[in-house]
Design a binder for this molecule. Structure first.
Ligand code: ZN
Ligand code: ZN
Length: 427
């Protein structure tokens, strides 16, 4: 979709410097950071916690920037404590199971009922290994031989496991997962992010994600991972309103609901504390593992491509805004009728991303630095990942793909483009 570009300049209300504005984006001043967009946190306690968390992340960064060898993950006291806490979680599940079975076998009729309820509870609290069932996002090997071949080249170059399957999603992100009892590897690639990246940056993205197979992230090991998932299942059971934000909600208005919510909130406190402790004990190792995965991205795709890929992560909200505007236009039937709306959506997204001015990219980067935003809770803040890339020695690309390989991959992704465009826009 063509964008009308009408940039203009005006004086900054904060310092008077001339600022260039684009009506599609927030006007701000790079000199005094007027209207940068960050919300100051409310409350002294929150500000203090935030400052403390930021300082921890900065300290780790400073340590890693000074001694890159520290990227290799050691198993210290924090790891041992986390393993023991995880054991406590697994023992609780086992205890409920054993107690329920005992009641079922030995108890009076009423106690047998309690045992049956306990068994149901154990089922709900069982360690979650993740399923491997039918999933529309899966792209089978037969459908995408060129993409699988590229992914496998990257995995082989890094000496890490080849994924068992690929998923193509609508996220502006990518992820690596190990699922099921057989611990099969699954690589999810968000098509909007994939579209935003150049060829070499895509290889960097594959390098980072596959790097998760051998970066030693403690949280992703089955023992700690299942303990964290179990705690989340307990919490969801006690606080059904908390959803995936893992935080109590002040929702219900009625007195009875309030009382029940309050009681459950207190029951959920030890679960939350345990979850928080496990997260904290593994947080630094997890962030270190992410920096190491970025290092692997640079090794396969070149330092420049890894830095470019990370820089594009800042544009997540811009892409979200663009898609919401298109969705609203489609709902009002205001989208121009084209020959192929799906392909136009994707070429429009690329054109939009290319048209994002340097000032907006800079604003997003500074905002991310001020807010310490990351792609998710596992990752270090994106601006620190970008900074570490620029400070490390430059590396050339070890894996490249030629024009015909990219064309084949583009053809293989056509069904996913269709599915995801319909999911996002509802033409
Ligand atoms: Zn200013
Ligand atoms: Zn990662």
């Amino acid at each position: 979709m063509p964008e009308t570009l009408t940039t203009s300049t005006r004086p900054c209300p904060g310092c008077g410097a001339r600022i260039v504005t684009d009506p599609r984006f927030t006007a701000w001043c790079p000199v005094c950071e007027w209207n940068l967009g960050a919300e100051p946190s409310r409350g002294r306690w929150r500000r203090w916690r935030r400052a403390r968390d930021h300082a921890r992340v900065e300290r780790l960064y400073a340590k890693l920037a000074a001694r890159p060898a520290d990227l290799r993950i050691g198993r210290g006291a924090a790891w041992l404590l986390a393993v023991l806490l995880a054991a406590l979680v697994h023992l609780c599940t086992l205890g409920v199971l054993a107690g329920s079975l005992w009641l079922l076998v030995r108890g009076y009729p009423f106690l047998k009922l309690l045992g049956a309820a306990g068994l149901c509870l154990t089922w709900l609290l069982r360690p979650r290994l993740g399923g491997w069932r039918g999933d529309p996002a899966v792209l089978a090997r037969e459908q995408a031989p060129a993409l699988y071949a590229l992914v496998e080249r990257v995995a082989d170059e890094l000496g890490t496991r080849r994924p068992d399957r690929l998923r193509i999603t609508r996220a502006y992100n990518a992820s690596y997962g190990v699922r099921g009892l057989r611990r099969r590897v699954e690589l999810s690639l968000g098509l909007p992010l994939w579209t935003a990246l150049t060829g070499q940056e895509r290889i960097a993205l594959l390098g980072h994600e596959l790097g998760h197979g051998s970066n030693g992230d403690q949280r992703r090991g089955p023992w700690l991972h299942t303990a964290l998932r179990t705690l989340e299942a307990w919490h969801a059971l006690m606080m059904p309103h908390a959803g995936d934000r893992f935080r109590p909600r002040n929702g219900s208005k009625r007195a009875f609901d309030d009382l029940v919510t309050w009681l459950l909130l207190w029951c959920a406190v030890p679960v939350r504390l345990l979850h928080g402790a496990l997260h904290r004990l593994t947080a630094l190792s997890s962030q270190r593992a992410e920096y190491l995965a970025d290092e692997m991205a640079a090794r396969v795709a070149s330092s420049a491509a890894a830095g470019g890929m990370l820089g594009k992560l800042f544009l997540k909200d811009s892409v979200g805004n663009h898609v919401s505007q298109l969705r609203a236009a489609a709902r009002n039937r205001a989208l121009p009728a084209g020959a192929d709306p799906v392909e136009e959506f994707w070429t429009g997204l690329s054109a939009y991303l290319e048209s994002v001015p340097a000032t907006e990219r800079e604003r997003r980067a500074r905002l991310s630095a001020r807010e310490m935003t990351a792609v998710d809770t596992r990752h270090p803040p994106t601006h620190l990942r970008v900074r570490l890339r620029s400070e490390r020695p430059q590396q050339p690309a070890a894996v490249v793909a030629d024009r015909s390989q990219w064309a084949a991959i583009h053809r293989e992704l056509a069904p996913a483009r269709r599915r995801i465009a319909h999911e996002l826009i509802d033409f």
